[in-house]
Design a binder for this molecule. Structure first.
Ligand code: HEC
Ligand code: HEC
Ligand code: HEC
Ligand code: HEC
Ligand code: HEC
Ligand code: HEC
Ligand code: HEC
Ligand code: HEC
Ligand code: HEC
Ligand code: HEC
Length: 295
């Protein structure tokens, strides 16, 4: 019963109960100096997922910042064992080891070591704020903002005329990427880039009677993942897109005129769609006579 009351008090951030809990313990008295009333931001840790680590109270603090005995005795004279800043910033590997002590087995985290972010000395605390009631990284919108603070190129790409609706809040960076690392290129959740696309564009998966080789091979041959100046996220505007692989000489991108010369039809919609006007099934066809991707 007493334990329940204490836990409840901790959850509610009740000063008296938490302070007495801290002093009642043998361990360090972090909360003597970092008092809940004086540092309300710091004590928000008692309202989040980590509220009861190691039984609660000051033991919560030491589970991430280390026992910090020297600091505990002298306060500002000595640093805590592990600090995430702002004053005594610990080595990135040490900071991350603190979190990984508990989170190395959590789904996805086992791939952290060796990941692009780990290699670049990014720390868990660049994205995670343990002293906020609700970790902002767990909110897709807020986490997009975090990613974009470092990824300037993508920040520009998601504003291009054709784009995945990331800025619009319909898709998030973490829908496609695992920031903790994966075994795949570009930290994609899926094994291949095409599998990533199929996870939302299922209709493109097939199997199709008539496949178009580059489509089954790699969607990114023709599409950019984040944004493009060309319609439909295309890498290149047509007919140049198609003519990267199909000889321009062999047949023109526009209909023939009465004289058998190109450009006979002046319908601008027809011209605008170029190759696609006839080869509309560019992703493949299930029509019995769709071998040329025309239907
Ligand atoms: C004797 C008072 C005192 C005690 C006890 C104390 N601290 Fe501190 N702590 C301070 C002061 C003062 C600062 C601010 C130092 C500064 O900014 O000059 C500080 C700063 C910190 C920081 C910020 C470090 C940084 O790099 O900015 C952390 C983390 C911290 N303490 C954790 C703890 C933990 C964990 C405990 C318990 C093990 C603890 N403190 C016990 C006085 C104390
Ligand atoms: C889950 C891990 C974790 C726990 C538990 C934890 N901290 Fe922290 N602490 C951090 C991280 C990470 C930061 C870096 C700033 C941030 O993420 O909000 C930090 C920052 C701090 C700072 C510096 C804040 C600033 O902005 O000046 C102090 C002081 C501090 N912690 C003290 C404590 C005390 C006291 C406790 C116990 C009540 C505690 N921490 C519990 C992870 C933790
Ligand atoms: C002493 C063990 C321990 C340490 C150290 C620790 N955590 Fe946790 N963490 C937990 C537990 C327990 C939970 C809640 C259960 C769960 O979701 O796995 C949790 C949950 C979380 C969550 C999910 C939060 C939510 O609201 O659902 C995040 C994110 C997280 N921790 C990040 C961190 C980061 C970043 C650090 C280092 C600064 C850290 N943890 C250090 C034990 C720990
Ligand atoms: C580049 C930003 C970033 C970094 C760095 C990062 N995380 Fe995360 N983390 C996120 C985001 C975004 C989420 C929520 C979406 C998700 O689960 O992928 C998350 C979710 C989590 C969760 C809760 C969900 C789960 O999978 O259980 C834990 C725990 C966690 N991270 C721990 C860590 C630890 C430990 C580190 C450092 C080794 C770390 N993270 C580094 C962005 C990051
Ligand atoms: C503190 C800065 C920082 C933050 C925040 C950050 N990144 Fe990164 N990220 C980097 C750096 C540095 C690299 C390595 C250089 C590069 O590829 O740009 C990188 C690399 C990557 C890569 C390429 C991985 C590879 O294998 O090539 C992806 C994907 C990525 N980050 C996604 C994300 C996502 C998603 C988020 C938000 C959840 C995020 N990043 C947040 C700094 C950051
Ligand atoms: C619809 C899925 C999707 C979304 C959403 C997405 N990405 Fe990507 N991202 C990819 C794919 C696919 C690649 C690999 C591109 C390639 O190899 O051609 C990639 C590559 C990257 C890279 C590696 C560098 C590069 O351009 O090759 C970074 C960094 C990156 N993305 C960051 C982000 C950030 C930040 C966000 C959120 C603003 C984000 N991505 C949203 C699919 C996505
Ligand atoms: C997380 C889900 C998701 C993933 C994964 C995804 N997409 Fe999308 N895609 C969307 C959404 C949502 C739209 C917008 C649809 C709309 O507005 O009707 C979209 C639109 C598109 C468009 C049309 C853009 C335009 O300007 O009309 C193209 C092309 C596209 N995606 C290609 C891809 C490719 C290639 C991949 C793999 C690299 C991919 N998508 C992965 C969700 C996803
Ligand atoms: C050979 C080039 C090429 C490849 C490879 C390719 N696409 Fe496309 N895709 C196009 C063209 C061209 C358009 C525009 C069609 C139009 O305007 O009628 C398009 C349009 C789209 C659209 C938006 C319109 C629609 O059909 O829904 C989506 C989504 C899309 N592609 C997804 C994918 C996916 C997923 C892959 C990989 C499986 C892929 N594409 C591979 C050329 C390609
Ligand atoms: C990355 C190279 C590449 C690009 C870009 C590309 N294709 Fe293809 N295309 C191929 C390959 C490879 C084949 C299979 C050729 C074969 O089987 O002889 C093919 C087959 C075709 C076929 C069927 C021809 C046949 O003989 O079966 C048509 C039609 C076609 N492509 C039209 C297009 C159009 C239209 C575009 C532009 C939207 C385009 N292709 C872009 C590589 C490409
Ligand atoms: C006016 C309609 C039309 C336009 C525009 C058009 N095609 Fe075709 N294309 C066809 C027809 C019809 C065939 C089938 C011819 C046959 O089977 O003998 C064909 C056949 C093909 C083939 C298969 C060639 C082969 O060996 O049989 C390819 C590849 C191809 N087109 C690519 C393109 C490309 C690339 C463009 C744009 C530069 C384009 N086409 C524009 C109507 C068109």
């Amino acid at each position: 019963m007493l334990k329940t009351v204490v836990q409840l008090a901790v959850l509610l951030g009740c000063t008296v109960f938490v302070n007495s809990l801290a002093t009642a313990q043998d361990g360090p008295g972090c909360l003597d100096c970092h008092a809940i009333d004086d540092e309300p931001h710091i004590s928000e840790v008692f309202q989040g997922a980590h509220a009861n680590l190691n039984g609660g109270g000051a033991a919560v603090c030491t589970s991430c910042h280390g026992a910090s005995e020297a600091h505990d005795r002298r306060g500002r004279k000595n640093p805590p064992d592990i600090s995430f800043g702002p004053k005594w910033l610990s080595d990135p590997a040490l900071q991350n080891a603190s979190c990984l002590a508990c989170h190395d087995k959590t789904a996805g985290k086992m791939l952290w070591l060796g990941s692009a972010h780990e290699q670049e000395n990014i720390v868990c605390a660049d994205c995670h704020s343990s002293h906020e009631r609700r970790d902002p990284a767990l909110d897709p919108q807020l986490s997009n903002d975090q990613c974009l603070a470092c990824h300037i190129q993508q920040k520009a790409q998601i504003r291009l005329p054709s784009r995945h609706p990331i800025a619009e809040g319909k898709t998030a960076c973490v829908d496609c990427h695992n920031p903790h690392g994966t075994t795949t290129e570009a930290d994609l959740h899926q094994v291949t880039l095409n599998d990533n696309c199929y996870s939302c564009h299922e209709e493109k998966r097939g199997p199709l009677l008539w496949e178009h080789e580059p489509v089954t091979e790699d969607c990114s041959t023709c599409h950019r993942p984040h944004g493009s100046v060309n319609d439909r996220l295309l890498t290149v505007r047509g007919p140049a897109l198609c003519q990267q692989c199909h000889s321009a000489a062999f047949h023109p991108s526009v209909p023939y005129g009465a004289q058998g010369l190109p450009g006979g039809n002046s319908n601008r919609n027809l011209l605008g769609k170029n190759c696609l006007n006839c080869h509309s099934q560019v992703h493949g066809s299930n029509h019995p006579s769709g071998a040329r991707l025309t239907r």
